[in-house]
Design a protein around this ligand. Structure first.
Ligand code: FAD
Length: 482
C-alpha cells in the first residue's frame, strides 16, 4: 500500500483533499468506530448514532466507488484509534499515512504517536472545508492586541466577496443588523411553519441503533426521536428546507428567543451536517445569499445567518487551534463545583433549564440561546468546574466536536479563558439574572445548593460596559465562594 488514508468520523467530506490524488490501485482508506470515543470521551446516544450512521453511510458511498476500505465496526471491539490504526499498519504496511487535520488536538496526538512508534511517515493534509486558509487566523491574531470576531468576519466577507456591493461596501450599508434581530414573540407564540423533513432510520441507521443498544447501553439520552441527516443527500434536503421555510424568519424573528415546547424555532439545525462535513459552509452561505438576491429573504435574516457561519464558526476554529494546548487547563474564575445532577435527567422545577436540558436528552440539540443563556449561564453561576461542563457539552450535543465546543463552552459561556473568545467577560444577562428573584428562588429549590443562593440585587450599569461586567464577575465569584 502506498497511502493509508484515514477518514475520521467528522471528516465525511465528498471533496476531501484525501481524494485529490487517491489511486485505488495503490491506496487504501481507513475508518474506525472505536469504543473510547463514546465511553471514555462520553457521547450521548443521539450523538453516537449520528456519527456512526453517517460513517457507515459514507463507507457505502466509498465502497460503491470501488475503493478499498478498512472499516472497523463496533463489533470488532477496537478500544481506541491507536489500536485500530496499529492493526491496519500491520496488515497493509503502507509507506505513508495520510489524514486531513482533525478537529481535535487529542486525536491528532494519538495518530502522530502511533505513526512515530511504527516509524511510518505521516502527512497532515489541509482541511478544505473551511473558508479561511491554513495559517490565516494565526497571522491575523498576531497582528492585533485582542481578537474580535466582528473584524475577522469583515475580513472574510471582503476576501470572499460575500454580501459586498460593487464599491466594496457591505450590502445594505451596514455590516451588522443585530438590532433588527431581537424581536420577542407575541402571546400567541411563534408562527407555524411547514414541518421539517423526516429521515426515517434506514437499515444502516437501524444497525447502528442495535449496535449501540448492545455494545454501549449505558450512554445518556434517548433515541426515539432520532431524526438527524446521516447522508449528504439528507443534509441537502435539510438545507433546502431551512432556506425555504425558516431563513426568512431567522433574523427578524427571534434569533435570540425561546418558547416553551419549541426546541428548534427558526434555527437551521445544520450544525451537525456542517461539522460532519456532509455540508460545506461555502454552499450553505451561497444558498442563503442566493435567497436574498432572489428577493425571497430579507437582508437582516441572511446577514445574521451568514455571520454565524462565516464569522463565529471560522473564528472559534481559529481560536481553538491558537490556544489548543491551553484550553483544558483554563479556569479564570477558579470554579470548582461538580455539575448538578439535573444536567443528566432534567428533573428540576426551573422551567428554562428543564426545557433546555430535556430537549438535549431527547434530540441532542439546543439552540444558541439555550446553550449560552440557560445551561451555560446556570453552570457559570453555580461555579461548575469548566472541565465538567465542557465534558457535558461535548457528550450531549449532536454537533459537538472539540474545535467548536471547547472555545464556545470554556470561552464564550464560562469565561474560563479570561476573555479571549468574547469581548464581554461575562454575558450581559448575568447582572440581570443574578438580580432576578425568580432564578434565585428557583435555585433555592435545589437541595444542597452550593453557589448562588439568594436574590442579589445589582444595579444596572449604564457606565462603561466593561467596568460593569467586571464588577459583576467579582460579585458572582464572591457569592460562589461563600
Ligand atoms: P443556527 O442558529 O441555525 O446557526 C447557523 C450555524 O452557524 C450553525 O449551524 C453553526 O454552524 C454556526 N454557528 C452559530 N453560532 C456559532 C458559534 N458560536 N460557534 C460556531 N459556530 C456557530 N456549535 C457547534 O457546532 N458545536 C458545539 O459543540 C457547540 N457547542 C456550544 C457550546 C456552548 C456553551 C455554546 C454557547 C455554543 C455552542 N455552539 C456549538 C454554537 C451554537 O450554539 C451552535 O452552533 C448552534 O446552536 C447550532 O444550531 P443550529 O445549526 O440550529 O444553528
Amino acid at each position: 500500500t502506498r497511502y493509508l488514508c484515514l477518514i475520521l468520523g467528522d471528516q465525511l467530506d465528498n471533496n476531501s483533499s484525501l481524494f485529490d490524488d487517491f489511486d485505488p490501485q495503490q491506496d487504501r482508506l481507513w475508518i474506525a468506530e472505536v469504543r473510547v470515543e463514546s465511553e471514555q470521551i462520553l457521547s450521548s446516544k443521539q450523538r453516537t448514532v449520528l456519527f456512526l450512521s453517517a460513517m457507515r453511510h459514507f463507507a457505502e458511498w466509498l465502497k460503491n466507488k470501488g475503493w478499498s476500505l478498512s472499516y472497523y465496526s463496533l463489533q470488532q471491539q477496537m478500544p481506541d484509534f491507536a489500536s485500530a490504526l496499529h492493526d491496519a499498519l500491520l496488515q497493509h504496511q503502507p509507506k505513508t499515512v495520510r489524514c486531513v487535520l482533525p478537529g481535535d488536538q487529542r486525536v491528532l496526538q494519538a495518530i502522530s504517536e502511533v505513526c512515530q512508534t511504527a516509524d511510518i511517515e505521516l502527512q497532515w493534509l489541509p482541511d478544505q472545508h473551511f473558508l479561511s486558509e491554513a495559517g490565516q487566523f494565526k497571522t491575523w491574531l498576531t497582528e492585533r492586541k485582542q481578537p474580535r470576531m466582528e473584524y475577522w468576519y469583515r475580513l472574510l466577507r471582503q476576501q470572499h466577496n460575500i454580501l459586498m456591493d460593487s464599491s466594496g461596501k457591505p450590502v445594505g450599508g451596514q455590516w451588522n443588523f443585530d438590532k433588527d434581530n431581537r424581536k420577542a414573540f407575541k402571546s400567541s407564540g411563534p408562527a407555524k411553519v411547514t414541518p421539517p423533513p423526516i429521515f426515517k432510520p434506514d437499515a444502516i441507521t437501524q444497525s447502528v441503533i442495535d449496535d449501540v443498544s448492545r455494545y454501549l447501553p449505558e450512554l445518556p439520552g434517548q433515541l426515539d426521536s432520532f431524526n438527524w441527516p446521516v447522508t449528504r443527500q439528507q443534509a441537502l434536503q435539510s438545507l433546502d428546507y431551512f432556506i425555504a421555510e425558516l431563513l426568512p424568519l431567522f433574523g427578524d424573528c427571534y434569533q435570540d428567543a425561546m418558547w416553551q415546547h419549541e426546541p428548534f424555532l427558526f434555527h437551521s439545525r445544520l450544525s451537525s451536517s456542517l461539522n460532519l462535513k456532509l455540508l460545506n459552509p461555502h454552499e450553505v452561505i451561497a444558498a442563503a445569499v442566493d435567497a436574498y438576491e432572489k428577493g425571497q429573504t430579507p437582508l437582516n435574516a441572511v446577514e445574521g445567518f451568514v455571520r454565524q457561519i462565516l464569522g463565529w464558526r471560522e473564528y472559534v476554529r481559529g481560536l481553538y487551534w491558537s490556544y489548543r494546548h491551553d484550553w483544558l487547563t483554563m479556569n479564570a474564575l477558579q470554579a470548582s463545583r461538580d455539575l448538578p445532577q439535573l444536567y443528566w435527567h432534567a428533573d428540576t422545577p426551573m422551567t428554562c433549564l428543564q426545557q433546555s436540558v430535556s430537549q438535549v436528552l431527547t434530540h441532542g440539540y439546543g439552540h444558541h440561546i439555550q446553550r449560552l443563556m440557560v445551561t451555560g449561564l446556570f453552570a457559570l453561576l453555580w461555579g461548575v468546574k469548566p472541565q465538567a461542563i465542557h465534558e457535558w457539552y461535548l457528550a450531549m450535543y449532536v454537533d459537538a466536536i472539540a474545535w467548536v465546543e471547547i472555545p464556545n463552552t470554556l470561552g464564550m459561556s464560562q469565561y474560563a479563558d479570561g476573555g479571549i473568545v468574547g469581548s464581554k467577560p461575562i454575558s450581559p444577562a448575568v447582572p440581570i439574572l443574578t438580580g432576578c428573584p425568580i432564578i434565585a428562588r428557583a435555585a433555592r429549590l435545589i437541595p444542597n445548593r452550593p453557589a448562588v443562593t439568594r436574590p442579589v440585587r445589582l444595579p444596572l450599569y449604564t457606565g462603561p460596559l466593561w467596568i460593569g461586567i467586571r464588577t459583576c464577575s467579582v460579585i458572582i465569584h464572591v457569592l460562589a465562594c461563600k
